[in-house]
Design a protein around this ligand. Structure first.
Ligand code: ATP
Length: 437
């Protein structure tokens, strides 16, 4: 049974006004071209679940590229990108909104009873190829039927029952990445994977359907999971399904591992409140926490399985080793600020946060937080020009002097410009005389 219900009101309620306007305009373009056009996928689902969906998927029963061109004609608020190969188009609006347009071709079948050719709704076929029932709803955007909700596969029932269900039994064999998507959606929405769907996941694991997944697809799914709002429960779920070993056979979720994931979450919560304005790869911190039990060799293997580029692989192995050493030193006893600075400076942000997550001592955590919030901004007052005026010859000595001054600043040994001058002259000698020849 197909449910037909008009949800235009819900569209107006849940979507920003400019988005609704764009959808209405798309309907008009569809009318002009004589093609049906539908809002589909996650954006329809999220009308019922949450409202911050800014990637919008549209399916056209006609040529998506032609449709996109017709829509973009005469507008100056967007850029258009087309993919001939897949017959898809992307609209990138200046506002930040993006829209993906896909083609659903009309398909004709001879009906079994050899009656005339039957026209199948191609949007139905398009929706049937999707991952889960909750992603199969469509909203018609054409003319007077704007807002008509089309639900071929009982998506509304599953949303009400809070359950993730595949559309057919071969779904995971067809595309094993859906297993990870199932877990991601389950955790994100607080849903439950359905009984049959769960059995199908177990079957996919049994036949090791993941073997043929490329590194980059496997990594894509893991990264998506590690970028979700709540990460640890999803990892616990992966562990329940014995899915961690798909990434590496030695990957486990011990109590220690769980504790570290919690610490990583707390560290990220701290980071968010610290207002440090630096791009952070959230997934990388969780990745490092998850793989913390692996030795160097295993870590390299994991990076290889996930298809990491050599540059990322090297960054991870090298920085991780440094971070571990850093944890050990900071943990032993409270370090001087200049020492903390020297230890943390060579590390990338995610690795500095890993150090913070891994240390159990308060003074060590505090050292990292002070590094990130204040120490990185400390500079000596004297600069190269001053050293020149003081008679020092430019060269490697400058770096040595400036590093010495920075360390002294960090440790509170100098406060004023005069303190710095005195320190330099004490440590490196007075050079006034040398200027004369
Ligand atoms: P998110 O909020 O994570 O972006 P989404 O549902 O929009 O969720 P996308 O990955 O952007 O997810 O995919 C868009 C739509 O394409 C989905 O709603 C789903 O119907 C379909 N889809 C994506 N990946 C698959 C897949 N592996 N198999 C089948 N359908 C898929």
């Amino acid at each position: 049974t197909i449910r037909h219900k008009n949800i235009a009101n819900l569209l107006h309620e849940r979507l920003p006004k400019p988005v609704v306007t764009i959808l209405q305009q798309m309907g008009k373009v569809g009318d002009d071209l004589g093609e049906d056009v539908y809002l589909v996928g996650g954006s329809v689902r999220d009308l019922f679940l949450r409202s911050d969906h800014l990637d919008i998927d549209v399916v056209v029963e006609g040529d998506a590229i032609e449709f996109a061109r017709a829509f973009a004609q005469g507008r100056d608020d967007l850029r258009l990108r087309t993919h001939k190969k897949f017959n898809t188009a992307k609209l990138l609006f200046d506002s930040g909104l993006t829209m993906d347009l896909a083609t659903a071709r009309l398909e004709y079948y001879m009906s079994p009873a050899a009656l005339p050719v039957v026209e199948h709704s191609s949007v139905k076929l398009d929706l049937y190829r999707r991952d889960f029932t909750i992603n199969t709803m469509a909203v018609r955007l054409n003319g007077r039927q704007f807002g008509l909700l089309i639900d071929f596969f009982e998506a509304m029932r599953d949303i009400k029952e809070k359950v993730i269900r595949v559309l057919h039994n071969l779904s995971f064999v067809e595309d094993p990445t859906r297993v990870f998507r199932a877990i991601r959606f389950e955790q994100r929405f607080g849903f439950r994977i359905g009984k049959l769907t769960e059995a199908l996941i177990k079957n996919a694991i049994k036949i090791d359907a993941f073997r043929r997944l490329t590194g980059s697809r496997l990594f894509g799914e893991l990264k998506h999971i590690l970028e979700e709002e709540s990460v640890t429960p999803a990892i616990e779920r992966l562990n329940e399904f014995k899915l961690l070993r798909v990434f590496h056979p030695a990957l486990q979720l011990t109590a220690k591992q769980l504790e570290l994931l919690d610490q990583a979450e707390e560290t990220l919560a701290w980071y968010r409140l610290s207002f440090i304005d630096k791009p952070l790869r959230r997934w990388l911190l969780y990745f490092l926490a998850l793989a913390d039990g692996l030795d160097e060799q295993q870590m390299t293997e994991l990076c290889q399985r996930l298809g990491f580029a050599p540059k990322l692989r090297e960054e991870i192995t090298e920085m991780r080793a440094k971070a571990l050493r850093c944890v050990n030193v900071l943990q032993r006893r409270a370090a001087r600020p200049s020492q903390t600075f020297e230890l943390l400076r060579p590390l990338g942000l995610e690795f500095q946060l890993l150090v913070m997550a891994k240390t159990s001592k308060d003074y060590a955590k505090k050292a990292v937080s002070q590094y990130l919030t204040t120490m990185v901004r400390v500079r000596p007052e004297l600069g190269g020009q001053d050293l020149k005026a003081m008679g020092y010859l430019p060269g490697p000595l400058y770096k040595q002097i400036l590093d010495t001054l920075l360390a002294a600043r960090l440790d509170g040994q100098v406060q004023t410009r005069q303190d710095e001058i005195d320190l330099v002259e004490n440590r490196f000698g007075q050079r006034k005389g040398e200027l004369s020849y």
